[in-house]
Each structure stands twice: as structure tokens, then as C-alpha cells.
Design a protein around this ligand. Structure first.
Ligand code: SF4
Length: 399
């Protein structure tokens, strides 16, 4: 037997030095209790009284159960020494997690408290892609209006309103790499993400972002077939860059999410299965499924998903997230699933979108400028936005 060949084959199968993986079973249970103890400490510190702390925690737990229904979480994601129970909550343990919990606890007993925790912020109009579904299509590559100081002051305002997660989008946010690293370094107690095509995301850039304190990278991947992803994105070689960018993300202990715009053409058993296998191989912790909307580059087109395709997606979502067999697979985030059942959580409820000129929208896909976050009283305008609510999903729900 050739010993050196044997050692080599073992070495190549050995896990690399990164720690990104899904945890379930006993490991997950232990972490869950750790999180609840942490939540209890935060609550006691906040209310200075054990009885009221426990009361708030019970309400928080009840609200989570009501939201999840019969679907119980099976896995957490471990990345960069932190555990993530959701894509929409900061990793634990961290200052951001504690801020998130404090803010969540504040909801109970006072309906007027703003519950917003996530800001999606388009910080550049620059982009060299021509994606089929681009929601900012009309605004790309026009003169920039937001200076770095504007971006910082918007984040500061929203942090004061409780935001603990900021996702930079665009355009292609990597075009403002220097500004992003400077801003991320400045803000503590906030989990920062970037939402990118992955194009030219070298190891060096990923390392810079990690060093600055970035939490994660969401990379758009719209097909498991390289040529079909490239044609969807309107750029040759983009699939290759998704693979490279994913590798650099994970190697630098950043958490990886892949974002899929699931079109009627794409949704099939075969495509979904191949996609999830590819995502697992790329060490993704999350997959975000977005539904196409007739805005931006899709304006005027009939892109709404058929009932049958929605059923397929929902089945896939439940299978991957809640079936033991898939406990080592990425967790799927499918906003449409919950929006159809409990209403949309955009429109300033849990999150909102601020575009590249500083206008607040209900979400990136429901394009309607509601107010400019650079002028006036943001809290007051946000309250008005929340009262109006999302006009798409909520109207479906109320029918
Ligand atoms: S979706 Fe993103 S990457 Fe694609 S064209 Fe629009 S801004 Fe650029």
C-alpha cells in the first residue's frame, strides 16, 4: 500500500481550518440553553427585577412560537465562532445579539416601540452587471448622491432606533470597499453584511472585510448551471466568481448566504435539488429565496410565480429546514412563506430598504419612495410607514 498516497487522501478529506457548519442535536440544544441564559441576563439587567424579566421572556418565547407554528428549528449555523439561529438575527454571543434581544423585549407591554431590527441599505449605484431581475435597474450607474458621512449618519440614526443588522446592497457594494471597511470598523453592536454578485471578491478583500468586523456575505447565485447563471446575470464568468467569492468568504470565517431569485422557469425538483447540493458544497449557511417581482428590469413582465411553483418552493423549504435528513444542509430563508401567512415584515416592521439616494421603501422589491431618511424626523416618518404597512402581501392576506 502506498502510505504517502493514503495520507494525502486523508489530508484532502480533512476539514479545512474554517469553522462554518450547521449544528443540530445535543450541540444545538446546549447552545440554545446558553442563548436563553444570556437572554435572561440581558432581561434582568434591563428590568432590574427577576419577575418582570421572566414575564417578558415568556412573552418573547410565545411570540416566537406563534411565528414559527408547528415548524421547530432543527439547526443553527456556526461561523466565525458565533451561532446564528436565523439570517435575520445577529450571531451569538455578541454585543449585537444583546442589543437585538433588548430591543425585542421592549416590544411587550408597549405597542408604540419601534420593532425594526434590519436596515437594507443601497450604498452605490455603480454596477457592471445586467441582471434579469435587477430592482434598481433604472438607477444604476447614475451620479452618486450619498457621501460616506451620509451613510454613517443614516446608520447612526437607525442604530438609535434599535437596528442591529445592516445589509449593504446597491449596485455592487464592493465598489465602495474602502467606505464599507471604515464604517464597519466605526460601529459596534451591529452585524454588518454585504449583498454582492461576488465579482472580484478576492481573498484579500474578504480578509479586509473580516478584519474590519464584517459578519457575513450574501452572494447572488441564480442557477447551478454556470452558463445559465451567467446569462441571468448578463456577465460571462460570474458563476466562476461566485465559487471563488464563496471560498474566500468561508476561508475568512465570514458567514455565507446564497441568494436565489427563483423564477417560474427555474423552479423544478431537479433544479432545487442541484442547487442545494451546490450550496452545501460551497459551505453556505443560508440560502435566501426571493420571488421575482415586476419592478426594475422585470417591469411590465409577467413574472409572478404560479400556484404550482409556490407549492413546490414551500415543500422544498419545509423539507430542507425541518427534515432530520437535511440537518447538515444550509437553512432556507423564504420570506414569501411567512409573508403569505403572517403578513409582510418589511415596511419598517422588522426591516426596511433605503435606496442609493436615501429614500426609504417598504422593501427592495416594493419600489415606492416613502420618505427621505436624510431629512426630517426619521422616527416620526417610520411610524407613519409602519401604520400604512406593506401594500402587496398584507392586501393578499386580508382578502
Ligand atoms: S441585481 Fe445587483 S448585480 Fe445585478 S445589475 Fe442589479 S445591482 Fe447589479
Amino acid at each position: 500500500m502506498n502510505v504517502s498516497a493514503d495520507i494525502q487522501s486523508h489530508t484532502s478529506n480533512a476539514p479545512s481550518h474554517h469553522h462554518n457548519r450547521q449544528v443540530s442535536g445535543l450541540h444545538k440544544t446546549v447552545i440554545k440553553y446558553g442563548m436563553w441564559v444570556n437572554i435572561l441576563i440581558v432581561a434582568i439587567w434591563k428590568y432590574k427585577n427577576v419577575a418582570s424579566a421572566l414575564k417578558k421572556i415568556r412573552l418573547l418565547s410565545k411570540a416566537k412560537d406563534a411565528y414559527r407554528g408547528e415548524n421547530k428549528l432543527l439547526k443553527y449555523s456556526l461561523a466565525g465562532n458565533r451561532y446564528f439561529f436565523s439570517y435575520n438575527a445577529p450571531g451569538w454571543p455578541s454585543k449585537s445579539f444583546n442589543r437585538y434581544i433588548q430591543h425585542q423585549l421592549a416590544q411587550f407591554g408597549d405597542n408604540t416601540t419601534i420593532s425594526l431590527h434590519t436596515l437594507i441599505f443601497g450604498i452605490t449605484k455603480k454596477c457592471g452587471f445586467k441582471c434579469e431581475h435587477c430592482f434598481e435597474w433604472e438607477n444604476l450607474n447614475k451620479p452618486e448622491t450619498l457621501a460616506k458621512e451620509d451613510v454613517s449618519s443614516v446608520i447612526k440614526n437607525f442604530r438609535n432606533l434599535g437596528v442591529s443588522i445592516v445589509q449593504f446592497s446597491g449596485g455592487e457594494p464592493l465598489n465602495r470597499l474602502a467606505d464599507i471597511t471604515a464604517i464597519v470598523q466605526d460601529f459596534k453592536g451591529v452585524d454588518f453584511w454585504i449583498y454582492t454578485s461576488g465579482y472580484h471578491l478576492t481573498n484579500d478583500k474578504a480578509a479586509q472585510l473580516k478584519k474590519a468586523g464584517l459578519t457575513g456575505i450574501t452572494i447572488s447565485l441564480d442557477h447551478w448551471v454556470p452558463e445559465l447563471h451567467d446569462s441571468f446575470r448578463g456577465k460571462k464568468g460570474s458563476f466562476e466568481w461566485v465559487e471563488k467569492a464563496a471560498k474566500h468568504t468561508v476561508a475568512n470565517n465570514l458567514i455565507l448566504c446564497l441568494s436565489l431569485c427563483a423564477t417560474n422557469d427555474f423552479i423544478s425538483q431537479e433544479n432545487l435539488s442541484n442547487y442545494i447540493e451546490l450550496a452545501k458544497n460551497l459551505n453556505a449557511s443560508f440560502i435566501q429565496i426571493l420571488e421575482p417581482k415586476a419592478v426594475g428590469h422585470y417591469a411590465g413582465k409577467n413574472v409572478s410565480l404560479s400556484e404550482e411553483k409556490i407549492r413546490l418552493l414551500e415543500h422544498f423549504y419545509k423539507k430542507i429546514n425541518f427534515d432530520q435528513q437535511y440537518k447538515n444542509y444550509p437553512t432556507i430563508i423564504y420570506h414569501g412563506f411567512y409573508s403569505r401567512r403572517v403578513g409582510c415584515s418589511g415596511a419598517g416592521k422588522d426591516y426596511l430598504y433605503v435606496d442609493m439616494d436615501g429614500f426609504a421603501h417598504d422593501c427592495p422589491f416594493c419600489q415606492k419612495k416613502i420618505f427621505n431618511v436624510l431629512h426630517g424626523d426619521v422616527e416620526e416618518q417610520l411610524t407613519r410607514m409602519r401604520t400604512l404597512g406593506c401594500n402587496v402581501f398584507n392586501s393578499v392576506k386580508n382578502k
